[in-house]
Design a protein around this ligand. Structure first.
Ligand SMILES: *Cc1c(COP(=O)(O)O)cnc(C)c1O
Length: 457
């Protein structure tokens, strides 16, 4: 089953526009379905919302993926966000090889984690101290525990369509796979936990104020994606983040920015630098792991020192700060141009380039959609965007859910057939990497021009 033995040899470098052979993918996926629920280890990978079966991936190089049947795709999923440099960047591969030779885990302090912590603290305005964990889920879960420990309050407030990982209490009206599969709030979450979560519509400050008025001195924190990306991309309305900062401060609650997607993707300082609003706690993940499993949470020294061993709020991890993961993160941030000596500003050239390429792609997709007379709304912030199949602006979860998911599913299938690998859900963000070129943009737009005709057919 090693990919080297399948037919996918030496096709990298040109885009195969027709992907018709799928026997090997089908065989492997059928076997997987008997062994793992749905054949996958994370629900949206199963293509339930778009129909058909997922290609089984053999390898990735730059902006391209190749499946086990040798079909090649331009990838806009990028492992759901982490791979900002594209697949298997030689610099990241090299640093990983060197790290592996020195041992993959020690459960003891390393210089790599000190270096990674320095990079994060230097880049993210509100972070003075950081703790590394193994996933975004762990980061948000731990940040909430800290917020509760720090304030002595139990309730949290999250937004409809916001996704913060799969911890109990965060699945209430969650985005990402929960939205894609149209699941009710998950069974298995004790009622008593679910009751600790309050909900408000995204971009609705009046609802947030009402929640605080209704629960005086009970809300520990507001957790928010500063740019929502798990109901599809929905930018914060003018004044929304500032309003959250003001309300939480006024009521003695913490503001938690879940920057697991936006951190190091929208800029070195994440969404908080872009919008100029500083949260009390920040959750990171995805890009900071460079494709390995990493999460992190951080904030002011005073709050972070509540964590054990300096404080009494407990959280631990056998593989936390893992040398391989730290190495991949350091490699990724270094190649992005963010590894500058202490006190010097990061070079944001990579982000300008990402923004340029993504803007061209999104603008041209809007043009071909207009030509095909298919109503779409394209929400874009930096190198992530969503094409919503609707004629109304999308400002919140209710708006996102009004999109025509049937049309999206048809579009997804038509694009996949033409060698473009999109997130298999209307409610996810398309990601662009530094490896995507003008030629990739052109090939994608050409594929979309054809695919859009199949959407309404
Ligand atoms: C992906 C994501 C998470 C969860 O991260 P995992 O590494 O999948 O556990 C949390 N918050 C946001 C905003 C995310 O996009």
């Amino acid at each position: 089953m090693a990919w080297g033995r399948s037919r996918c040899v030496a096709k990298y470098g040109k885009l195969s526009l027709v992907t018709d052979a799928h026997e090997r993918s089908q065989q492997i996926f059928e076997a997987s379905r008997a062994l793992m629920p749905g054949g996958v280890n994370s629900p949206v990978r199963a293509y339930q919302a778009v129909g058909g079966e997922p290609p089984v991936i053999a390898y990735g190089r730059g902006p391209r993926l190749t499946d086990v049947d040798g079909n090649e795709y331009i990838d806009y999923v990028l492992s759901w966000g982490p791979l900002i440099l594209g697949h298997a960047h030689p610099g990241v591969v090299e640093i990983l090889q060197r790290a592996a030779e020195r041992g993959t885990s020690f459960g003891a302090p390393t210089e790599l984690e000190a270096e990674m912590a320095r990079l994060v603290v230097q880049a993210v305005p509100s972070i003075e101290m950081v703790r590394f964990v193994n996933s975004g889920t762990e980061a948000t879960m731990s940040a909430l525990r800290l917020a509760r420990g720090h304030t002595g309050r139990d309730l949290i407030l999250k937004f409809e369509g916001g996704y913060h990982g799969h911890a109990d209490g965060l699945l209430a009206r969650a985005g990402s796979g929960v939205a894609t599969l149209g699941l009710p709030d998950s069974p298995g979450v004790p009622k008593a936990f679910a009751e600790q979560t309050l909900l408000a519509p995204y971009n609705d400050l009046a609802a947030v104020r009402a929640a605080f008025t209704g629960h005086p001195e009970e809300i520990a924190c507001v957790i928010v994606e500063p740019v929502a990306a798990n109901m599809g991309v929905v930018p914060p309305a003018e004044g929304f983040l500032e309003g959250l900062r003001e309300i939480t401060r006024e009521h003695g609650a913490l503001l938690v920015f879940d920057e697991v997607i936006t951190g190091f993707r929208l800029g070195s300082g994440g969404a908080q630098a872009l919008f100029g609003v500083e949260p009390d706690l920040t959750c990171l993940g995805k890009v900071i792991g460079g494709g390995l499993p990493v999460g992190a949470y951080g904030g002011s020294r005073a709050i972070m020192e509540r964590m054990a061993p300096t404080g009494d709020v407990y959280q631990a991890g056998t593989l936390s700060g893992n040398p391989m993961a730290m190495a991949a993160g350091i490699g990724t941030l270094g190649i992005l141009g963010l590894m500058t000596p202490p006190g010097q500003p990061a070079n944001d050239g990579s982000y300008r380039k990402l923004d340029d390429v993504t803007k061209r792609l999104a603008d041209q997709l809007a043009v071909v959609a207009r030509r095909a007379e298919v109503d779409v709304q394209i929400n874009r912030v930096g190198s992530m965007f969503t094409v919503f199949f609707t004629d109304e602006p999308v400002r919140d979860y209710a708006g996102a859910k009004r999109a025509n998911t049937e049309r999206f599913a048809r579009f997804h299938r038509a694009m996949l057939k033409r060698g473009v690998y999109l997130p298999p859900s209307q409610f996810e963000a398309w990601m662009v990497s530094l490896a995507h070129t003008e030629a990739d943009v052109e090939a994608t737009v050409a594929a979309a021009a054809e695919a859009l005709n199949e959407v309404t057919a």
